[in-house]
Design a protein around this ligand. Structure first.
Ligand code: HEM
Ligand code: CU
Length: 550
C-alpha cells in the first residue's frame, strides 16, 4: 500500500485503498452525526483530552503556587477554586468517562464480535449530553468558578454565595445521565450481542471489568444526580434538607455524596484494571492466571464498593460502631483488588515477557496501584485515619490510585490499541521514553506527599509552614516532569496519523477478536462475522506456578 496509505481524514480515497471506518465518510457532519461506536470513541477522546488539559493546567498552577510557603502565584480564594475545578474536571469530565467511553466504546462491540453497541443512536446522544454538561461546567468556571472542592460539602456549598456552585452542580447532575446511558448500552451489548461460541468464560477480562463498571454507573450515578438536585434546591429555596437551623443535617449530604463517591472511584479504576489484564496476557504470552477469580473480583469490587462510604466520614462524628463496620469493610474491599494484583504477578511468572511501551505502563500500574491500594488499607484503619484525614497523605493516596493506576492503565491501553484505532504504528523508542518519564515524574510528584501528610500538612491549603518547602518543591518539580511525560505521546501519536508505518491487523500478535479484523477496522467491524471456538488468551500455555526451581 506504500505511500498511498499515508492519508489524513480529509484526503480523497485513492482507488486501491481499503474502505474503513475513518475514510468511509468525510466531513464534520459525518462525525457529529455518526452512530458508529468507533467514531464516537474518537469524539470522546477529543473532549476528554481537552478536559485533561484544563484539569492539568489547574494542577500545574497549584503546584507552582506551592513552590513557596506563602503561595506566590494565586490568592487563597483562587487556590480554592483551582482545586475545586481540578478535582471536578479530572473525575467527572476526564477519568470517569475516559477509559469507558474511549476504549470501552471502541472495543466492546469488537471484543464480543458485534457490529456496534446495542443502541447506537443512544450512544451518540450520550456524547451530546456529556458535552452539554461539560459546557455548563466551563461556564461556571468562566463566570468566576466555585470553591467548594469536588465534594461540594454543605453548608459551604449552600450558603457562601460568591461561588458558581449551581451551574457546577447542574453540570455534574447532567453528566451523570451520559454515564448511566453509556452503562446501560454496554450491559445490553455484552448480554445480547456476543458472537456464537463466545460464552461468558471465554470473554476477555476487559469486558468483565467494563460490565462491573457499567453496573456501578447505572446504580451510583442516580445518587449523585439526586444529591446535586437537593443541593441546588437547598441553596435556592432553603428548604431545610442540609441546614440544621431549618431541621436539616449537613452530615446527610456527606452520606449521600459518598454513597455515590466511593463506588465512583471504582468506576475510575475498574476499566483500567481490565486493560491491565489484556496487556499482561498479551506481553507475557500467557492466559491470565486464575481467569475466573480475576473475572469475579471485578464483581466483588463493584458490590463491596457500595458498603464502605463511611470511611470518608470517620471524623464526621459517626458512631464508633459505624466506624468499626466501615473500617472492616474498607479492608475487605482491598481483597478483590489484591486477587487481581497477585494473579497478574502469577501470570508474569515464567511468562515470555516483552517490554513494549504498553507493557511498561502495565508494570507501572502494578507498582503504583499496589502502593495506592496499601495506603488505602492504612486509611481504613480508624486510629490512623483520625491522624491522616484531610492531609496530603490522602491526596497522595488517591493520586496513586487515579493517576498512578487508572491513567497508567489508560495510557497503556491507548498505546496497545492505537494501531487498531488508526492502522498506524508510533515510534517505540519515544513511547518507552515517555512511559519512563511519566513513571519517574509521578513518583517525584506524589511520593513526597505521603511524607508531607504524615508530617501533618493539611490538604486544600494554599500556604504551609516553611519546613515543608523542600518536599513541596520536589513535588512541583516532579509535576513538571510528569507534564512532559504526558506531552510527548501527544506529539508522536498525532505524528503517526500521517507518517506512522502501517500497523497491519495484529502488530502485537495478540489474541482477541479485535485483532482478527483489519486495522483500522471496516465500518461494521468484521467482513465475516466471527465464530468463537477457543478460550480467551489462548497463547498455548497455561501458567503453572511450580514451587521447585525448574
Ligand atoms: C496529572 C497530574 C496531577 C497533578 C500534578 C495533580 C495535583 C493536584 C493538587 C496540587 C491538588 C490540590 C491538593 C490540595 O491542595 O488539597 C489536587 C487535588 C485533587 N486532584 Fe489532582 N493532580 C493531578 C491529576 C489528577 C487526576 C488525573 C485526578 C483524577 C482523576 C485528580 C484528582 C484530584 C482530586 C479529586 C483532588 C481533590 C480536589 C479537592 O480537594 O476538592 N488529580 N491535585
Ligand atoms: Cu472511599
Amino acid at each position: 500500500m506504500g505511500t498511498a496509505s499515508a492519508q489524513t481524514l480529509d484526503q480523497p480515497l485513492a482507488k486501491e485503498q481499503r474502505v474503513h471506518y475513518l475514510n468511509a465518510k468525510y466531513g464534520i457532519k459525518s462525525w457529529l452525526l455518526t452512530t458508529d461506536h468507533k467514531r464516537i470513541a474518537w469524539l470522546y477522546l477529543i473532549v476528554t483530552s481537552f478536559f485533561f488539559l484544563i484539569g492539568g493546567i489547574a494542577a500545574g498552577l497549584m503546584r507552582l503556587n506551592l513552590i513557596t510557603p506563602q503561595g506566590a502565584i494565586v490568592q487563597p480564594e483562587t487556590y480554592n477554586k483551582l482545586f475545586s475545578m481540578h478535582g471536578t474536571i479530572m473525575i467527572f469530565f476526564f477519568l470517569a468517562p475516559a477509559v469507558p467511553t474511549v476504549l470501552g466504546n471502541f472495543l466492546i462491540p469488537m471484543m464480543v464480535g458485534a457490529r456496534d453497541v446495542a443502541f447506537p443512536r443512544l450512544n451518540l446522544l450520550s456524547w451530546y449530553i456529556f458535552i452539554t454538561a461539560g459546557g455548563l461546567l466551563l461556564y461556571s468556571i468562566m463566570a468566576g468558578g466555585f470553591d467548594t472542592g469536588w465534594t461540594f460539602y454543605t453548608p459551604l456549598s449552600t450558603t457562601y454565595l460568591n461561588s458558581h456552585v449551581i451551574s457546577a452542580a447542574l453540570a455534574v447532575f447532567i453528566s451523570g445521565f451520559s454515564s448511566i446511558l453509556t452503562g446501560l448500552n454496554f450491559i445490553v451489548t455484552i448480554h445480547k450481542m456476543r458472537a456464537p461460541g463466545l460464552t461468558w468464560f471465554r470473554l476477555p477480562l476487559f469486558i468483565w471489568s467494563m460490565y462491573a463498571a457499567s453496573i456501578i454507573f447505572v446504580l451510583a450515578m442516580p445518587v449523585i444526580a439526586i444529591t446535586m438536585v437537593l443541593l441546588v434546591l437547598e441553596r435556592v429555596f432553603h428548604v431545610g434538607i442540609f441546614d440544621p437551623a431549618l431541621g436539616g443535617d449537613p452530615i446527610l449530604f456527606q452520606h449521600l455524596f459518598w454513597f455515590f463517591g466511593h463506588p465512583e472511584v471504582y468506576i475510575l479504576i475498574l476499566p483500567s484494571m481490565g486493560v491491565i489484564s489484556e496487556l499482561i496476557a498479551a506481553f507475557s504470552r500467557r492466559r491470565v492466571f486464575g481467569y475466573a477469580f480475576v473475572a469475579f473480583s471485578s464483581f466483588g469490587i463493584a458490590i463491596i464498593s457500595f458498603v464502605v462510604w463511611g470511611h470518608h466520614m470517620f471524623v464526621s462524628g459517626q458512631s464508633v460502631y459505624a466506624g468499626i463496620f466501615f473500617s472492616a469493610m474498607s479492608m475487605v474491599v482491598a481483597i478483590p483488588s489484591a486477587v487481581k494484583v497477585f494473579n497478574w504477578t502469577a501470570t508474569l511468572y515464567k511468562g515470555s515477557v516483552s517490554f513494549e511501551a504498553p507493557m511498561l505502563y502495565a508494570l507501572g500500574f502494578l507498582g503504583l496501584f499496589t502502593i495506592g491500594g496499601l495506603t488505602g488499607v492504612w486509611l481504613a484503619a480508624l486510629g490512623l485515619d483520625v491522624f491522616l484525614h484531610d492531609t496530603y497523605f490522602v491526596v497522595a493516596h488517591f493520586h496513586f490510585i487515579m493517576v498512578g493506576g487508572a491513567i497508567m492503565g489508560y495510557m497503556g491501553g491507548l498505546h496497545y490499541w492505537w494501531p487498531k484505532m488508526t492502522g498506524k504504528m508510533y515510534p517505540d523508542y519515544w513511547a518507552r521514553l515517555a512511559a519512563l518519564t511519566v513513571f519517574l515524574g509521578f513518583i517525584l510528584t506524589f511520593g513526597p506527599q505521603f511524607i508531607l501528610g504524615f508530617l501533618g500538612e493539611p490538604r486544600r491549603y494554599a500556604i504551609y509552614p516553611p519546613n515543608f518547602q523542600f518536599l513541596n518543591v520536589m513535588s512541583s518539580a516532579g509535576a513538571s516532569i510528569l507534564a512532559v511525560g504526558y506531552v510527548i505521546p501527544v506529539i508522536y501519536l498525532v505524528w503517526s496519523l500521517k507518517y506512522g508505518p502501517d500497523a497491519g491487523p495484529n502488530p502485537w500478535q495478540a489474541k482477541g477478536l479485535e485483532w482478527e479484523t483489519a486495522s483500522p477496522p471496516p465500518v461494521h467491524n468484521f467482513d465475516k462475522m466471527p465464530v468463537v471456538t477457543e478460550e480467551a488468551y489462548a497463547y498455548g500455555s497455561h501458567p503453572q506456578v511450580t514451587t521447585t526451581a525448574s
